[in-house]
Design a protein around this ligand. Structure first.
Ligand SMILES: C[S@@+](CC[C@H](N)C(=O)[O-])C[C@H]1O[C@@H](n2cnc3c(N)ncnc32)[C@H](O)[C@@H]1O
Length: 249
């Protein structure tokens, strides 16, 4: 355990943080552009997921600096695995967990490779990752097929309308106007950049976020704040194969 005076030095050495975490009185990202993030987000949906996670396992995909992984362990989860593609964030997460005194495993893994875990988790967090992916539906399909057992806690940046158009099961070829309705599910493709971040690719409106979750086999059971959906793993709504790539390992 680093000494009290080493903590600010280590925070700086670990590079720029996206997660603002209080480590023994030292903030890791005190000037975050979203404020005290993700604490302010967490406070808005913390009551929507079980307060006692004893006996359950948690997978935190795109765990970043470990904020949510640490909170899940604090709720008593038997095991928490945080995965991320970026080694810098994983080093931050390991340090944050160590200083916070919680036992969390962090591993480098892309969401596209979750099948290699060969394990299902009672709770899967998929927060703030979807819009960073070039293949967002593939990721949701892979989570359904390989790692979610019960709950999926999902968050995405959303842009466009917040209204949700009730949809018919089918429309004739001649129906074209519906695609102009702001409440129709819509993914906005970012060819260049959005918010100075070249890893933003597909930004859903609310209707698309909900429709993609349902289509991947997730029933939305709570919507505690605009960007967060708590979902249950259910059967996919038809018999069309979903996670067809990569092939089963
Ligand atoms: C906006 S941050 C969200 C962090 C955290 N989940 C939260 O909600 O505060 C996106 C995270 O997803 C990670 N990420 C991006 N693409 C990924 C991928 N293909 N597999 C796993 N993690 C990925 C990034 O490295 C980053 O840590």
């Amino acid at each position: 355990m680093p000494s009290e005076t080493d903590i600010p030095r280590r925070i700086t050495e670990l590079g720029e943080w996206f997660h603002n975490i209080n480590l023994a009185g030292h903030q890791t990202a005190p000037h975050h552009f979203l404020g005290d993030y993700p604490s302010i987000k967490w406070q808005r949906f913390a009551d929507a997921i079980p307060s006692d996670l004893r006996g359950r396992t948690v997978l935190d995909i795109g765990c970043n600096g470990g904020f949510y992984s640490i909170e899940m362990k604090r709720r008593g989860a038997d095991r928490v695995l945080g995965v991320d593609w970026d080694e810098r964030y994983l080093s931050q997460a390991r340090f944050a967990a160590e200083i916070s005194g919680v036992d969390v495993e962090f591993r480098r893994l892309s969401v596209y490779d979750v099948a290699t875990l060969r394990e299902r988790f009672d709770v899967v967090l998929f927060m703030g990752v979807l819009y960073h992916l070039r293949h967002p539906l593939l990721a949701l399909d892979l989570l359904h097929e390989h790692v979610t057992r019960d709950l999926l806690v999902f968050q995405s940046m959303q842009r466009g309308a917040d209204t949700v158009l009730p949809l018919e099961p089918d429309y004739p070829f001649s129906e074209t106007g519906i695609f102009d309705d702001p409440g129709y599910p819509r993914l906005h493709f970012v060819e260049r950049r959005y918010s100075q971040d070249q890893t933003n690719w597909w930004i859903p409106n609310r209707a698309a976020a909900e429709a993609m979750l349902r289509s991947a086999g997730y029933a939305i059971v709570a919507h505690p704040e605009p960007e967060v959906f708590v979902c249950r793993h259910v059967a996919i709504p038809d018999d069309e194969p979903r996670a067809v790539y990569p092939a089963h390992r």
